[in-house]
Unconditional design. Structure first.
Length: 312
C-alpha cells in the first residue's frame, strides 16, 4: 500500500521563509531570472543580501542578444543592486556548449548558500539542460560539493509548474516583480509574460493564508540529498503528485450506560450499541439497582471485537 499523506504534507499551507546569505540565480535566458523567481530575488535585494544572477545563453533565437541583455540590466536594476553575469552560450545549445566549467567557476567564485535553478521538469531544452548540468556538477565534482555542501538548492518554475515543497509569499514585492518583467519589451512582443507570471503567482497563493495574494513555488533540497538523487528520481519528486488517499479510521470510544432495575431496557441499549459495528467499550453503571441485575445482564460472548461490556 502506498504511503498516505494529508493535504498539508502534499503542498505547503504556510509560507516559507526561504533566504540565503548569498543568493545565486542560474537563468537559462534573459527574463527567466525575473519571471521565475523575481519575487524571491526582490526580497533578498530589499534585505540587502548579496545576489548574483548568471544568464547562461545569449537568447539570440528569440531576439537580439544585446537587446535582451540590456532588458535584463534594466529589470534587475529596478529590483535593487544585483550582480549580473552573461555567459553568452548559444541559445538552444547548452547541451553541447561546454557550459559546465563556466557554471562551476561562478559557483566557486561566489560561494552561495542558496542557489536557484530551473526545475528538472521544464520543457524548454535550455531550461532542462541547465538543470541537468547543475545536478551533474554537484554529483560529479568532489571539490565543488565540499565547498558548497551547506548550500540549499531551490528549483523554480517558468514554463512548467512543479510540485512545490516551499511556497514564498511575494505579495509585498509582487508589483515590483511585474514591473521588472515589463522591462523585457522584446519578449512581451511575443507573449504576455506579465500576465502569465501574475496568474501563476496568484495561483500559488491558493493554499496560503488569505493575506497572501501572490507567491512563488519552489522545490527545495539540500546539496547532500541532491548528490545522491538521480536526475530521473529528482524529476519524479519535482513533478509527480504525492499519493493522497482519503481514508477513515475508527477511533475507539467508551459508551457509558446508566441503569437501575431495567434489565430489558438495558439489553436493548447494549444491543443498539453493538448493532453499529463500531469498536466501543460499553460501561454499564448500576445506579443503586438490585444486586440481582446480573440475571438480566446480556452475554458478552457475542460481542464484536472492541465492543465488550463491563459491569460497574
Amino acid at each position: 500500500m502506498p504511503p498516505v499523506f494529508i493535504e498539508a504534507e502534499a503542498i505547503p499551507y504556510e509560507p516559507a521563509l526561504l533566504r540565503g546569505e548569498r543568493l545565486l540565480v542560474l537563468a537559462p535566458h534573459s527574463d527567466d531570472e525575473v519571471i521565475g523567481c523575481g519575487g524571491l530575488v526582490a526580497l533578498h535585494l530589499r534585505e540587502r543580501r548579496p545576489v548574483r544572477v548568471v544568464v547562461a545563453t545569449d537568447g539570440a533565437q528569440a531576439g537580439q542578444a544585446a537587446v535582451r541583455e540590456e532588458e535584463s540590466r534594466r529589470a534587475l536594476a529596478s529590483l535593487g543592486d544585483a550582480e549580473l553575469v552573461f555567459l553568452r552560450f548559444p541559445d538552444r545549445g547548452l547541451e553541447q556548449s561546454g557550459a559546465a566549467e563556466r557554471i562551476r567557476e561562478e559557483l566557486m567564485a561566489f560561494r552561495p548558500d542558496l542557489i536557484l535553478v530551473p526545475s528538472p521538469i521544464e520543457i524548454h531544452p535550455d531550461h532542462l539542460a541547465l538543470a541537468r548540468l547543475f545536478v551533474e556538477l554537484v554529483q560529479g565534482d568532489e571539490l565543488l560539493f565540499a565547498d558548497l555542501a551547506v548550500a540549499r538548492v531551490a528549483f523554480y518554475e517558468v514554463g512548467q509548474p512543479l510540485r512545490p515543497n516551499a511556497i514564498v509569499d511575494i505579495s509585498d514585492v509582487a508589483e515590483a516583480k511585474y514591473a521588472a518583467v515589463a522591462e523585457y519589451a522584446s519578449q512581451l512582443a511575443l507573449r504576455d509574460y506579465v500576465a502569465y507570471a501574475r496568474g501563476l503567482n496568484a495561483y500559488r497563493a491558493m493554499t496560503l493564508p488569505p493575506a497572501t495574494k501572490y507567491a512563488e513555488g519552489y522545490f527545495v533540497v539540500d546539496l547532500p540529498s541532491l548528490r545522491t538523487t538521480s536526475f530521473g528520481e529528482l524529476r519524479g519528486q519535482v513533478g509527480a503528485p504525492r499519493e493522497i488517499a482519503v481514508t477513515s479510521s475508527a477511533i475507539p470510544i467508551s459508551v457509558i450506560i446508566r441503569t437501575k432495575d431495567r434489565p430489558a431496557l438495558l439489553r436493548e441499549a447494549i444491543d443498539s450499541v453493538r448493532a453499529t459495528g463500531y469498536p466501543a467499550e460499553i460501561v454499564v453503571v448500576n445506579d443503586g439497582g438490585a444486586a440481582g441485575l446480573s440475571a438480566g445482564w446480556p452475554s458478552t460472548s457475542a460481542a464484536p471485537p472492541g465492543a465488550n461490556a463491563t459491569m460497574m
